[in-house]
Design a protein around this ligand. Structure first.
Ligand code: 5AD
Ligand code: SF4
Length: 479
């Protein structure tokens, strides 16, 4: 009897990519693959990559080269590279890594089973019914073959598809706590540092009814938290559905208790959206609002399409509607041409807004993006960029620690995610996305508990469970 083929998907990068990894697993499972938990016992290994920064790509190239070692024990093993780096590098990747059998960009996954069959040298026609065809109704996307001595051809699927939003395909959901739900793919902005629009194509929005049906299914399966995903998630639009309308309806799906979304663009943070956030009990009091810089000249050269002043107005709009809002952001330091004074404006923005959390990055040159064409002298030496990054991190962490220290003593609802490092403890998140470890049992994973925040490291909290009136346990009993 033929053995069930086994596929292992290893994902790097953002939530959208994690969600794509689950999509690939779902597509393969629907076509008879078993999903392996480790690369060693897989027939197909897919490394699902990120291209946002050079560092991310280098790490992945190292990992792919390490995985090729498994081919010594299993010469039939197919090694594929998918995702944004695959799209960006294309044929160059095949030349750099001749042991890679398949390179597939983010719009190619519908054709994944066919491409794998082709790679395994058993290419079938796509006209032989559901089994042999490409999933869904989209036309078959044929993998391009590149001859390779002795080992059979290498394959690429790299066309961007302006219509592909993977409607009708099921993600394999691995978490019984929280679900990622992409509602939009691609991006219509052209921030000058960013590779995303080139590797993920223009914005494509899903049908709202499909999204709502999917979320109803997620809730029926016992998962109570969803995060809506999109590159500029709040620019979502489908017919007369705005993002605010979709968010309201998602928040009202029976069984859904927490809704988050990421990442919004500041310009699309409308009054209507903020009103929905404030009015719907299921929408969490948390907002990730990427600022990127606190200097107007830099923002302009980044093509962010807002100023520091309008960014601050958006912060004020959100905070006045949701007073307990936790805010986080993304910041890039050392964008080409950023002067020291301009960098200090970013520090000033951090002190003005006082973000609960900040994801901080050194500018990374991405071939093909507009910023690469800035004058050569504008590019900032790495030691200077590193010093700016460290200074920013110190400021951001200091503010975060002050905020978190002031929150010790609060009683919060925590959704338990997994075991904490300390045995006998579990780790979860508050509605405001703060991480809390507290004594508890693994059977609590996926459940909400009321927890008093008892101390903080500055970044995360320790807590103890507080039993609540009406739950059948004693009020005030810390477990
Ligand atoms: N260099 C550094 N950081 C980048 N980001 C996007 N492109 C780059 C780049 N070329 C950051 C932005 C974005 C986050 C996901 O990654 O801050 O919001
Ligand atoms: Fe990149 Fe800008 Fe689009 Fe975000 S909005 S994905 S930073 S181009």
């Amino acid at each position: 009897m033929k053995r069930t083929p086994r596929a292992y998907v290893e994902t790097y990068g953002c939530q959208m990519n994690i969600s794509d990894g689950e999509l690939m697993e779902g597509i393969l499972e629907a076509r008879g693959y078993e999903i392996a938990e480790r690369p060693d016992d897989a027939d197909v290994i897919l490394v699902n990559t990120c291209a946002i920064r050079d560092h991310a790509e280098k790490r992945v190239l190292g990992r792919v080269s390490q995985l090729k070692g498994l081919k010594a024990d299993n010469p039939e093993l197919i090694l594929g590279v998918t995702g944004c780096m695959a799209q960006r590098m294309g044929d160059d990747l095949l030349a750099k890594a001749p042991y890679v059998d398949l390179v597939m960009g983010p719009d190619g996954y519908r054709a994944l089973p066919e491409a794998l069959e082709q790679a395994r040298g058993r290419s079938r026609s796509t006209g032989e019914g559901a089994e042999g065809g490409v999933l869904g109704s989209a036309p078959a996307r044929v993998a391009r073959e590149i001859p390779r001595p002795r080992r059979g051809p290498q394959l690429t699927v790299l066309d961007l598809d302006t219509g592909e939003n993977y409607e009708g395909l099921e993600q394999r959901r691995t978490s019984d706590v929280s679900a990622w739900v992409p509602i939009q793919r691609g991006c219509d902005h052209r921030c000058t540092y960013c590779i995303v629009p080139y590797v993920r194509g223009p914005e494509k929005n899903r049908d709202p009814h499909e999204v709502l049906a999917e979320i109803a299914g997620i809730a029926a399966g016992g998962v109570h938290e969803v995060t809506l995903l999109g590159q500029t998630v709040n620019s979502y639009e489908s017919g007369d559905w705005s993002f605010a309308r979709l968010l309201r309806e998602v928040a009202r799906v029976p069984g859904i208790r927490r809704v988050r979304f990421t990442s919004p663009h500041p310009n699309d943070l409308t009054e209507e959206l903020v009103e929905v956030m404030a009015a719907e009990p299921a929408v969490c009091e948390q907002l990730h609002l990427p600022a990127q810089s606190g200097n107007n000249r830099t923002l302009k050269r980044m093509l962010r399409r807002y100023t520091v002043e309008t960014f601050l107005e958006k912060v004020e709009l959100a905070r006045s509607a949701i007073p307990d809002l936790a805010l986080s952001t993304d910041i890039i330091v050392a964008f080409p041409g950023e002067t020291d004074a301009e960098f200090r404006d970013t520090l000033e923005l951090m002190r003005t807004v006082r973000f609960d959390d900040a994801f901080t990055y050194k500018y990374s040159l991405r071939e093909g993006t507009p910023a690469t064409r800035l004058p050569e002298g504008d590019f900032i030496p790495d030691d200077e960029a590193q010093a700016r990054l460290e200074e920013l991190i110190t400021v951001a962490r200091g503010i975060q620690a002050e905020i978190n220290r002031s929150e010790v003593g609060r009683v919060e609802e925590v959704l338990v995610e997994k075991a904490a490092r300390d045995p006998g403890s579990v780790l979860g998140r508050t509605r405001r996305n703060k991480v809390v470890a507290f004594p508890g049992d693994l059977s609590w994973v996926g459940h909400m508990h009321t927890v008093e925040l008892t101390s903080t490291t500055g970044a995360t909290f320790a807590g103890s469970r507080v039993a609540v009136a009406g739950t059948g346990t004693l009020v005030g009993a810390a477990v």
